[in-house]
Design a binder for this molecule. Sequence first.
Ligand SMILES: [Zn+2]
Ligand SMILES: [Zn+2]
Length: 105
Amino acid sequence: MQQQIGIAAITMTLGRLGQTAGLIPDHGYAAAEIEAMQVIQQHLEQHAPEAFSNGEARLPRLSALGIRACRHCGCTDAIGCPEGCTWIAEEVCSSCAGADKDART
Ligand SMILES: [Zn+2]
Ligand SMILES: [Zn+2]
């Protein structure tokens, strides 16, 4: 199962990269991305539904990849909030400071 997920993840990425780079035929790369994503989705739903959990929000759990993410909005060091943000706690960004307060009271 892990091997098939790995192959599907690579295929999905190649499909996305091909489309982004404008490779042709475009629909071939789009098909690769969509088909591979459906394979991964089926595995996730059957065997790893917890992969979507990240604190109170239902976000992908990036910590499994060693990436710090805000537990409320999912922003990361590389992809911050549109208005800009900083870390105010281990997994809380400044944009979500109010959300964190509300969640604890
Ligand atoms: Zn946030
Ligand atoms: Zn943020």
